[in-house]
Write a protein that binds this ligand. Structure first.
Ligand SMILES: Nc1nc2c(ncn2[C@@H]2O[C@H](COP(=O)(O)OP(=O)(O)OP(=O)(O)O)[C@@H](O)[C@H]2O)c(=O)[nH]1
Ligand SMILES: [Mg+2]
Length: 275
């Protein structure tokens, strides 16, 4: 496996497949920072999504057991070449790693061999934890604890995931980490209706995770992404999408809060950090 592979992490429904499809199209078109510089292999998992987007519709959920590494040779304007190993998998695999606290062998190898991790988080999908930080103690008094299911909060789960991967990856101790590079991509940004920077959005919704990442990585990058630019339905066709073409939709929110239509930027940023 190539040194410049990026490990894409994300639970089910965060938008891995749609981002992959949109990114693939941009790389092929070649008008962003990165372009495809050779023959991409294993495009099957993204073909159905590309097809749906052409029809102005959202694509379906990826089967849980699916795990395909699609290999995309890319190059930037300066002539730097890299090989992206862009995986597509059912997001439940990530969920079950967290709940069972077990990392399957295939994942161990990937974690070890990837110098950069890109964690996709869909903030709208995360639950606010109810705890003494979000509610005064007086309100919690008298609440019955017995019949409440004990659930760990979403941000605790994501922290758990990162800790597990750092452990499995055999990353040298000594904080903060420089390798692997960590990028956080807040997906479906269009749903948030938030005007600030991606880091502020993360801080506001998942403060514990934000603090964890800040204190454990040297230079984590936090960006926003709207791969589709707007919500699409799996059933009803969006005619505007069809007539203008899916390549004219979607944007990235850079760390400073400004937007760019170049969906290759989050990858470019991670790859730049490896040099
Ligand atoms: N509003 C909005 N919705 C999006 C965007 N990207 C994806 N979605 C929707 O989010 C849902 C999940 O997207 P997927 O790409 O299938 O997510 P996934 O991470 O591949 O999920 P699994 O295959 O289950 O692991 C779909 O219903 C998409 O329509 C976006 O940029 N904006
Ligand atoms: Mg998928």
């Amino acid at each position: 496996m190539s040194r410049d592979s990026i490990l894409l992490l994300g639970e089910s429904g965060v938008g891995k497949t749609h981002f992959g499809a949109q990114l693939l199209r941009r790389l092929m078109k070649g008008d962003g920072h990165l372009r495809m510089s050779g023959q991409a292999t294993n495009l099957e998992p993204f073909e159905a999504a590309l097809e749906s987007l052409n029809e102005g519709k959202a694509a379906g959920h990826t089967a849980t057991s699916t795990y395909v590494d699609s290999i995309w040779p890319v190059a930037d304007a300066a002539g730097h070449h890299a090989e992206l190993v862009w995986p597509d998998y059912g997001g439940e695999q990530v969920k079950s790693m967290i709940s069972s606290r077990r990392v399957p062998n295939a994942w161990r190898a990937r974690v070890r061999e990837s110098p950069a991790w890109l964690l996709l988080i869909r903030l709208q999908q995360t639950r606010f934890g109810e705890d003494i930080f979000s509610r005064p103690l007086v309100e919690l008094r008298g609440m019955s604890i017995e019949n409440r299911e004990l659930q760990i909060s979403d941000q605790a789960r994501l922290i758990e995931l990162l800790q597990m991967l750092v452990f499995v990856g055999g990353v040298a101790a000594g904080n903060p980490l420089d390798r692997p590079r960590l990028g956080i991509l807040l997906t479906c940004w269009d749903e948030l209706g938030f005007d600030g920077t991606p880091a502020a959005a993360l801080e506001g919704r998942l403060p514990m995770l934000a603090a964890f990442v800040r204190s454990n990585w040297c230079t984590p990058s936090v960006m926003g992404l709207s791969a589709l630019g707007r919500p699409l339905s799996p059933h009803d066709r969006d005619n505007d999408y069809v007539s203008r073409g899916p390549e004219h939709f979607g944007y990235v929110v850079k760390p400073d809060g400004s937007r760019s239509s170049d969906l290759t930027l989050p990858i470019q940023l991670l790859l730049d950090g490896l040099r």
